[in-house]
Write a protein that binds this ligand. Structure first.
Ligand code: GAP
Length: 456
């Protein structure tokens, strides 16, 4: 696995991710996705939506506003408890999260005994709604997408006539004023989440919690093609924390978040160590109960068959999109030596690859070759992300496409495009990214050959 600096540099060089506001020196915890990054991210989002909404009868989607009535965050507990312990060094004035400092010395200037006592720092971003910037106008940028689902529970259940158990899924931006950001796009201040609240009958939540642990783990492995040794589940219960999967001894005791009776955290083996990519929380009736109390609105569910009325319990799989992008990049990165030359390949699953095919002319000074290559790209574009490139020699163009994970290259040469050529066959070469195998295919069949090979 490459180190983080190698990945940051590849992402910048190849147009996946840029530092936010880079020409002004950047701004900590904000990143901009480039032309390839946005494709990869969208493909991951599409795969999640398909698995969680499109393929199922028991989950529907919504897209709620980012800014909500501030009482939402009072009820959810975020105003009171969504805090990180902040300490400041009296010598160098750098700030840190108290729970991430190993000793008494300041991690920046090394002075001992200069750190202040921890104070609770609320990580929600504040803003004002309307033209008057007084306390009555304060609102928050959402720190999780989940609450948009809870406050719409009755709207969705009634308008869609859903019966419990059922789920509501949502993806979108969340914001946290993290004290420490870092590890590239792993911990950001603006990021994207994909969350699903699954509403169940009280008493059945443990079974559903295990069910969603298995479903989500399977999704990560299949969609991002993750090897068993790089993914595991951390079980966080009030009584104890333990690991299911690799490195079971590498674990610290921790407590579930304020809203959860227990968590399964899916962790990936990043270069900086095992780190969370998705949390599957058993949220009980914490949220609906709290919103019912503060809003005064009835958020109970009536079961027609059993004639029971109750506040549903909730099991929540919640993942970070940016973290999934990082996992996809690390898991697919390979370096190999081919004919004494280093070849970097992103072996991305084909569904996730930003571009599916690059069409390359072998000679850019032959108009017939260029014209045919451009014609093939135009024919492919309605079906897949395709690009034309003639900015380097064919070897360099192949290497470039390998490095961004393009599964196929189509090369147009003299034989393909010049009827006068003695070897003319009207065929092009399709090259496979992983095996580097090359096959000759008639121009008219290129689209169907690619479409059939893109199905995984
Ligand atoms: N609704 C529950 C919730 O928000 P969380 O564990 O705080 O739970 C869920 O967040 C997921 O969102 C995490 O597993 C992670 O993938 C992602 N996430 C959280 N904070 C993040 C941050 N600062 N930067 C990037 N991703 C983050």
């Amino acid at each position: 696995m490459p180190d983080m600096d190698t990945m940051v540099s590849l992402c910048k060089r190849r147009g996946f991710v840029f530092q936010g506001s880079e020409i002004y020196g950047g701004i900590g915890g904000f990143w901009d996705y480039g032309p390839l990054g946005v494709e990869l991210k969208n493909n991951i989002k599409r795969a999640w939506w398909k698995a969680m909404v499109q393929d199922r009868d028991d989950i529907v989607g919504i897209d709620a506003a980012i800014i909500m009535n501030p009482n939402v965050w009072v009820a959810s507990g975020h105003v009171a408890t969504f805090n990180d312990p902040l300490v400041e060094c009296k010598n160098c004035h750098h700030r840190f999260r108290a729970d991430e400092i190993p000793g008494e010395a300041c991690p920046h200037c090394g002075n001992k005994g200069t750190l202040t006592e921890p104070r609770q720092f609320n990580v929600m971003f504040k803003t004002h709604v309307g033209p008057v910037e007084d306390d009555a106008a304060i609102a928050y940028l959402r720190p999780e997408t989940a609450q948009g689902i809870f406050v719409n529970f009755s709207n969705v259940q009634q308008s869609m006539r859903k019966k419990i158990p059922f789920g509501i899924a949502q993806m979108g931006r969340s914001f946290r004023n993290e004290i420490i950001t870092g590890n590239f796009i792993f911990r950001d201040r603006e990021f994207e989440q994909m969350e699903m609240e699954f509403f169940v009958k009280p008493g059945s939540e443990d079974e559903w919690h295990d069910h969603w642990r298995d479903e989500r783990l399977a999704w990560w492995k299949k969609t991002l093609n993750i090897r068993d040794e790089n993914i595991r589940v951390k079980v966080i219960r009030k009584e104890r924390t333990y690991i299911i999967g690799p490195d079971p001894d590498d674990v610290k005791e921790e407590k579930p978040p304020h809203y959860s009776k227990g968590n399964y955290d899916i962790e990936y083996r990043f270069p900086m160590g095992w780190s969370e990519v998705e949390g599957i929380a058993s949220r009980t009736d914490w949220d609906l109960g709290a919103h019912q109390k503060l809003s005064g609105k009835d958020l109970t569910y009536f079961d027609d068959e059993t004639k029971e009325k109750y506040i549903p319990y909730v099991v929540e799989p919640a993942m970070g999109v940016d973290r999934a992008v990082l996992v996809a990049l690390f898991e697919s990165y390979t370096e190999e030596v081919v004919r004494d030359e280093k070849r970097i390949v992103l072996r991305l699953p084909k569904t996730l690859a930003p571009l599916k095919v690059a069409v390359l002319p072998l000679a850019r000074n032959r108009p017939e070759i260029v014209e045919l290559a451009k014609k093939i790209v135009a024919e492919l574009k309605p079906y897949m992300m395709a690009m034309y490139d003639d900015t380097a020699s064919i070897g360099r163009l192949y290497r470039r496409q390998d490095e961004i994970g393009t599964p196929f290259c189509v090369t147009v040469d003299h034989q393909s495009a010049l009827p006068g050529d003695e070897k003319y066959d009207g065929k092009v070469t399709i090259r496979d990214r992983d095996s580097m195998e090359q096959i000759r295919v008639p121009v008219a069949e290129v689209k169907n050959v690619l479409l059939s090979r893109l199905v995984e």
